[in-house]
Structures are given as structure tokens and as C-alpha cells.
Ligand binder design. Structure first.
Ligand code: AMP
Ligand code: GLY
Length: 418
């Protein structure tokens, strides 16, 4: 089989790498991919992830068996509908089904209708009523721009002043664009967060093992939210019973609700879940694999991912076998200044890949034959170990052995699982 992965970050690197490890797979192309992926034998293409016509041409010309999409943008732009209109196989949600991620209001309505546990909320299209609601309500409170804001349109406001400023940014100054001038204001949930993903085909849900992301920039979960600074799996302090409840009360009714809504979901459904005192509650849905969760989960999957996706596309039951022992940990190496202003073209000296340490590249490019940084999150070091301590030692030993000037990384990823 020849396969095509759309996207160019660490998540796509991990997906492509896992696909390439299948005996059935000859070649994995990644569009646009990145220069770092070439080290693993992935064929990177100079095609933009949003150029559907060029991707379709390529898939036809190369006889691609099927395509899988990492990032949300091409999905929101209807890449799945466009491929299918040309008779090409692609694994992911239709444009209509991506609303589960693309519109917070759509997601909330789906949850209410299907009795999926989540925080109480109100949505607002005008600033005056939204600010009145804040003034009369309690803090902390969470304010979310309705549409897509690359993970940045969420403000957890500790004070009313902070909440009003967030409203002003989103609604009056339209910081995330006119389309995001609607907001959802929701109850603040406390508890332990985890990421629960599943392969979904209509009302059929095949859950993955859970993982935990670290969204904040700084140690101890402080500082601004980022695209994710690290992840690990499994998450030993979340009981199996909570995961089971989350599958039954969140993922399954969401999938069934999407079918009943006339927008059946096919692809990876991701629930951000808070384990609260009242049970698991939904924080958000994504219509795709999580980044950086995927970089640690692919290592935990023993089954052949290419076969899993083929089975789903052909309406067969996929077999999902996960490693029972050990842990997988991923630490993101980012450019100093990320997520605000950061330098590019930082020269990189890289840790060696070994049997237990692997690099997944994101913001990198080639300059004079050498890899240099080209984005905020540069690469992720993934390591497995028998225990979390072993995995941490593997990663931090590897990072200490190279010059990371100009880069930052957290040293406490996975500490909760020690
Ligand atoms: P989201 O982009 O919706 O995942 O939100 C980003 C982060 O904000 C989440 O990972 C949570 O840590 C936090 N967050 C979002 N919604 C809530 C909520 N209702 N209560 C507490 N924290 C939240
Ligand atoms: N790790 C969170 C996300 O992919 O949205």
C-alpha cells in the first residue's frame, strides 16, 4: 500500500512512522510534512495541506490506497468531502461533522441533547448581555471564542476583570476574527484532566488508551496555554472505571448523537475530559488526533495502524491491542519565547534516536543540509521505559547530551505518574 498523510507536525510524523512500520505499507507520503521526517524514510511532498486539488491529483497519480488527515484546518475546509467526491478513500470527518470541534456552541448543543456530562454554559452574540452575565455570575469562569482559534481562544478567568477583558478581546476587538465574535461562557470545572480518543465510524466507537497533555508553558502547569508541551500514557491515577464511564457517557452518546443529527462522524474523536467529583465531564471535543498525545500513543499501539484504518474504511471490526506494561513519555522542545514571539532558524544539535528514544519533528526545515528550527514547537522527544522514572531518565539524559541553546522544555512532564 501507498498511503498519504496530510499535515506537517509531530502528530503527523508519529502517524506516518507508525503506518510505515506496517508490513503492508511500501511508502508513506506526507504533505507538506517536514524535513525531519525524512530521517525515518517518510516521503515529504511540496504540497500545501490546504491545496485539496493538488492533493487529489497526487493521490490519483500515485494510486494512494487511502489518505489520513492530522490537522483540523483541512478537515474544517472539507478535505474529506472533496476527496470522496473524486472517489478517493480518506479517513476523517466530513466538513459537517467537524462542527463538533469547530463550533463550541454546536458541541454544547449536542451534549445537552444527548445528556453528555459537561459544564453549564450560556452562549452570547452580543457584548452587553455577555458582560452583564459575567458581572452577575461567579469566578473562576471560562470564556471560549465560539469558533476555531488554534487552541488559544480559551480564557480561564480568575477575576471578573479578567473575564471582562477576555470578552472585550473576543467580542469587541475580534481578536480571533469576526467569525469568533460569539462566545461560550462556562462553569469552571476542577479535577484531573485527561485525553480520551477513539476511532469512530458512525455509531461504532473503538476507544484508545488515555493520555495526559501538558498545555501550559511552564513547570507546575503555570504560564500561558500552548499547543502542548508534553504528554504521557498510561495515566495511572485515573481509574479504569472513570475511563469506562467517560466512554459510555461521553464518546458513545456523542457518536450516536452525531448520527441522529444527520452528521455522522467518521475519524478520530477526541474528548478532553475532566475527572470531577461528580464523575467525568467533557471540556471539549476535537475531530482529529491530539498533538502531542499521538506521539506517545502510537508507541503504545501494538496493532497495525494501517490495518485498523483499512478495516474502518471497509466497515470491518478493527483489532486494537495496546501495550500492557511500561510507559511512554513525550517532551516538547520549543523555541525560547514560544508561544508569543520566538526566533526561527535556531541551529539544532539533536539527541540520538535509540531503541527507547525517538524524535518526532514539528517546526524544522533544512538550511545548507542541516536541520534548523522553523516554528515554536521544534520537536518532541519520546521515550519509553518500564516506569515513568525510567522514561524521564531516558529523555532528560538524551537532552542533556546535546546543546539546547535557544530552546526550552519542561522537566516535570509525567511527574504526576511517578
Ligand atoms: P480547550 O481548548 O477547550 O481544551 O481549553 C483549553 C484548556 O482550558 C483545557 O485544557 C483546560 O485546562 C482549560 N479549560 C477549558 N474549559 C474548562 C472548564 N470548563 N473548566 C476548567 N478548565 C477548563
Ligand atoms: N493536545 C490537545 C489537542 O490536540 O488539541
Amino acid at each position: 500500500m501507498k498511503l498519504l498523510v496530510v499535515g506537517g507536525g509531530g502528530r503527523e510524523h508519529a502517524i506516518a512512522n507508525k503506518l510505515l512500520s506496517s508490513e503492508q505499507v511500501e511508502t508513506v507520503f506526507c504533505a507538506p510534512g517536514n524535513a525531519g521526517m525524512k530521517k525515518d524514510g517518510i516521503e515529504v511532498l511540496e504540497i500545501d495541506q490546504s491545496d485539496h486539488a493538488a492533493l487529489i491529483n497526487f493521490a490519483k497519480k500515485e494510486n494512494i490506497s487511502w489518505t489520513i488527515v492530522g490537522p483540523e484546518i483541512p478537515l474544517f475546509n472539507g478535505i474529506v468531502d472533496d476527496f470522496q467526491a473524486e472517489g478517493l478513500k480518506i479517513f476523517g470527518p466530513s466538513k459537517a461533522a467537524t462542527l463538533i470541534e469547530a463550533s463550541k456552541e454546536f458541541a454544547k448543543e449536542l451534549m445537552v441533547k444527548n445528556k453528555i456530562p459537561t459544564s453549564d454554559y450560556q452562549s452570547f452574540g452580543d457584548y452587553t448581555s455577555a458582560s452583564k452575565y459575567i458581572e452577575q455570575g461567579i469566578v473562576p469562569v471560562v470564556i471560549k471564542a465560539d469558533g476555531l482559534a488554534a487552541g488559544k481562544g480559551v480564557v480561564v478567568a480568575e477575576t471578573k476583570e479578567e473575564a471582562l477583558n477576555a470578552l472585550k478581546d473576543m467580542m469587541l476587538d475580534q481578536k480571533y476574527g469576526a467569525l469568533n465574535a460569539r462566545v461560550v461562557i462556562e462553569e469552571y470545572l476542577t479535577g484531573e484532566e485527561f485525553s480520551l480518543m477513539a476511532f469512530v465510524k458512525g455509531d461504532k466507537v473503538y476507544p484508545m488508551v488515555i493520555s495526559q497533555d501538558h498545555k501550559r508553558l511552564l513547570e507546575g502547569d503555570k504560564g500561558p496555554n500552548t499547543g502542548g508541551m508534553g504528554a504521557y500514557a498510561p495515566v495511572p491515577h485515573i481509574a479504569e472505571s472513570i475511563v469506562k464511564e467517560a466512554v459510555e457517557r461521553i464518546l458513545v452518546p456523542a457518536a450516536v448523537g452525531m448520527v441522529e443529527n444527520g452528521t455522522p462522524f467518521v475519524g478520530i474523536l477526541y474528548a478532553g475530559v475532566m475527572a470531577t467529583d461528580e464523575g467525568p465531564k467533557t471540556i471539549e471535543f476535537n475531530a482529529r488526533f491530539g498533538d502531542p498525545e499521538t506521539q506517545v500513543l502510537m508507541n503504545r499501539l501494538e496493532s497495525d495502524l494501517a490495518q485498523v484504518i483499512t478495516d474502518l474504511l471497509e466497515d470491518n471490526e478493527p483489532e486494537l491491542i495496546w501495550k500492557k506494561d511500561g510507559v511512554s513519555l513525550g517532551v516538547v522542545v520549543a523555541a525560547e519565547g514560544y508561544p508569543e514571539n520566538y526566533q526561527k532558524s535556531i541551529p539544532l544539535t539533536l539527541p540520538e534516536s535509540t531503541e527507547s528514544v525517538h524524535l518526532y519533528f514539528a517546526g524544522v526545515k533544512e538550511e545548507a543540509g542541516e536541520l534548523v528550527s522553523n516554528g515554536g514547537r521544534i520537536y518532541l522527544v519520546e521515550a519509553s521505559g518500564e516506569t515513568m522514572k525510567d522514561a524521564q531518565d531516558n529523555i532528560y539524559r538524551a537532552l542533556a547530551s546535546v546543546d539546547t541553546t535557544g530552546c526550552v522544555y519542561r522537566t516535570d512532564i509525567g511527574n504526576k505518574a511517578l
